[in-house]
Write a protein that binds this ligand. Structure first.
Ligand code: ADP
Ligand code: AMP
Length: 238
């Protein structure tokens, strides 16, 4: 495999991981953030953090999340705006689970003007019959590391390989709530994928129904194909 160019030659900028619940957005975002040295921003993780801290947003989100419904756009956009204020987002980020509605995507457009690099949207595609096992088998560590009792088990059952913490099952990872989440995806988020597919931006579709490493390779290849080379772009502007 060809190595990646130096980080200074290859700046992915803002990257969006799009796809249905369980396609592997978080898994891939966690792997790629280390590679590109930009943070993963998962709105699901941020909301779960609010829930853990019993904030007002956390309490409201808890009710909606446990039913598989989306949290209102204004609240999620404000939460993302807060996160964008942190300096680690200066050179880009990998957004995971956001935007999930057209309203969120339009708000994000207003924020992206702060970046010199254009956004890249990656749609991970997995057949729906595979997703239920992914969701019901998912286990997470308190720090947000992602496992699956069927496809990606920890070395010791129930224990995180990295920090030895106890793995948990998300309470919305049941079959019943999964079906509600799929309904929300079809009703609201499928249109967001079309938004990026058709808005002349940088868009890639990747097969997520293959081993984790192969999905990572496919995303890396897509990002490279859509890459932004500051020097060559400067040349082409002259
Ligand atoms: P999302 O963030 O899209 O909801 P996750 O990254 O949390 O999805 O992955 C959902 C579940 O599927 C997790 O249990 C994860 O370990 C597992 N998983 C992720 N990618 C793959 C893959 N390529 N093959 C098999 N299982 C996977
Ligand atoms: P996730 O961790 O991405 O699977 O999200 C878990 C739950 O958090 C979703 O089912 C929603 O209830 C809520 N959520 C996460 N991200 C968003 C978002 N961008 N907009 C609205 N609700 C969200």
């Amino acid at each position: 495999m060809k190595p990646l160019p130096n980080a200074s030659d290859f700046l992915p900028g803002p990257v969006l991981m799009l796809g249905a619940p369980g396609v592997g957005k978080g898994t891939q975002a966690q792997l790629l953030m280390a590679e590109f040295n930009i943070p993963q921003i998962s709105t699901g993780d941020l909301l779960r953090e609010h829930r853990k801290n019993h904030t007002k947003l956390g309490m409201l989100a808890d009710e909606l999340m446990s039913k598989g419904q989306l949290v209102p756009d204004d609240l999620v956009n404000d939460m993302v705006a807060e996160r964008f204020k942190q300096p680690d987002t200066e050179h880009g980020y990998i957004l995971d689970g956001y935007p999930r509605t057209i309203n969120q995507a339009e708000w994000l457009d207003t924020q992206l003007v702060a970046y010199l690099l254009p956004v890249v949207a990656v749609h991970i595609v997995v057949p729906q019959r595979v997703l239920l096992e992914r969701i019901t088998g998912r286990r997470i560590s308190p720090a947000g590391r992602i496992y699956n009792i069927y496809t990606n088990p920890p070395k010791v059952e129930g224990i995180c390989d990295i920090d030895g913490s106890k793995l948990e099952q998300r309470k919305d990872d049941t079959e019943e709530v999964f079906h509600e989440r799929m309904k929300a995806f079809d009703a609201k988020t499928a249109a967001v994928i079309d938004y990026y597919r058709t808005h002349g931006g940088r868009f890639a579709e990747v097969n997520g129904d293959q081993p984790v490493e192969d999905v990572t390779k496919a995303i890396r290849a897509a990002l490279l194909k859509l890459r932004h080379h500051p020097e060559s772009d400067k040349d082409s502007e002259q």
